[in-house]
Design a protein around this ligand. Structure first.
Ligand SMILES: *Cc1c(COP(=O)(O)O)cnc(C)c1O
Length: 395
């Protein structure tokens, strides 16, 4: 093994074909060197500030607070360049890829948000870019597809399996095995084999560090609740991690219950998954009795993933992070309410986190909740169900 086994308790690790061990060890070494290197740190911070637009604001959502009955702040990750938190991780990994002398980025994408962020940093740093995308997601996210092509990326349609994110991930890994010398695999969430979960968490922890400073300045104290949606787990671990030692701050991860907990149409990896190895890590994953990976489902493509990052799995098992769920319908309600009340169109993913605040009825007077608004919702406006919900509201 390399410098560490990359375990979070019993979770995580590096369960990959032999051909991937070399590249992963190389990446791990470079990451450990880069995180100690003030030049790398400075470069990363330079792009976060001048290219992404960090720090993103922490906004007191006064109208939403009135309606939901608790003081709500929104961490505006939607205001990042390309409209979500994902660009932060992409910049970090692209800078690492450059250090490693790689000329090409490979990635998978579900909602298209990660694909756009990868295509963006590839354009910025003059790297070639190949994006794998499931056929179904390509239909769901046509505009994002055009954007990626405009940015110069080659898109490869994945028609195997469920034709969504998990199959796109498999194909991207296959490409990496074949082209490891020239290519860096830019994984979009805190999932996969070591060192990805650790690396993505470190890059995204800037979210939590900013929030800590911002809320202290505005309120003179830390919040009572931090809330974030969970797809693979990068925006949530990025928000939560800098607060892990703060026992008074409750951390709530929100999974997508899709059409309901009791149906087979959900993405509840932590709440309903079983232990297994998925995309190179030991973690919770949706699977049947025989260990076959089940298809997940959510109205939001970014949460439609049957696995979850190993560090979150560990933190949930040890009680440091609490998990709950929100279904499609409630997320849609929150989507509409944030738009109408705050003039902010949130990503359908982020709407799950907002909706949890509405669902949870046990806040005490004077408590402060910070919701990670992981992205903007332009990409979700065409979702058929949104239109239906709107029609219902108008009737
Ligand atoms: C991708 C995405 C997510 C889910 O991914 P995590 O790794 O769990 O953060 C959430 N929100 C938005 C806006 C996304 O684009």
């Amino acid at each position: 093994m390399g410098l560490s086994s990359g375990k979070f308790g019993r979770f995580g690790g590096r369960y990959v074909p032999e051909t991937l061990m070399g590249p992963l060890l190389e990446l791990e070494r470079e990451f450990y060197a880069a995180r100690q290197d003030p030049v790398f740190k400075k470069e990363f911070e330079f792009y976060l500030k001048n290219y992404c637009g960090r720090p993103t604001p922490l906004f007191f959502a006064e109208n939403l607070s009135r309606v939901y009955g608790v003081k709500i702040y929104l961490k505006r990750e939607d205001l990042n360049h390309t409209g979500a938190h994902k660009i932060t991780n992409c910049l970090g990994q692209a800078l690492l890829a450059k250090r490693l002398g790689k000329k090409r980025l490979i990635a998978e994408t579900g909602a298209g948000q990660h694909g756009i962020a990868v295509a963006t940093v590839a354009a910025l740093f003059g790297l070639e870019c190949t994006i794998y995308m499931g056929e179904i997601d390509m239909k769901r996210q046509a505009l994002n597809l055009s954007k990626m092509r405009l940015l110069g990326a080659e898109i490869i349609k994945v028609t195997s399996g469920s034709r969504t994110l998990k199959d796109a991930t498999n194909e991207a890994m296959r490409d990496w095995v074949t082209n490891v010398r020239t290519s860096h695999y830019l994984l979009g969430s805190a999932v996969g084999p070591h060192p990805y979960p650790l690396m993505v968490r470190e890059f995204q922890s800037v979210i939590g560090r900013e929030v800590k400073k911002q809320i202290r300045k505005i309120e003179g104290r830390l919040p009572d609740y931090l809330v974030a949606c969970i797809g693979g787990g990068s925006n949530s671990i990025g928000l939560f991690h800098p607060f892990l030692k703060e026992k008074g701050v409750k951390k709530i991860g929100v999974e997508a219950a899709g059409r309901g907990q009791e149906t087979s149409f959900h993405a509840l990896s932590l709440l309903k998954g079983k232990l297994g190895i998925f995309h190179g890590a030991y973690t919770y994953v949706l699977q049947d009795e025989d260990g076959q990976i089940l298809n997940s489902y959510s109205i939001s493509a970014g949460l439609d993933y049957p696995g979850v990052g190993p560090e979150l799995a560990f933190l949930v098992e040890t009680g440091k992070i609490l998990v709950d769920s929100v279904d499609d319908e409630l997320a849609l309600e929150a989507f509409n309410e944030v738009a109408r009340l705050e003039g902010i169109i949130p990503a359908m993913e982020s709407s799950h986190a907002v909706a949890w605040v509405k669902k949870f009825k046990k806040f005490k007077k004077g408590e402060i909740v910070i919701v990670n608004l992981s992205g903007r919702g332009d990409k979700d406006i065409s979702i058929k169900e949104v239109k239906n919900a709107k029609t219902r509201n108008n009737n």
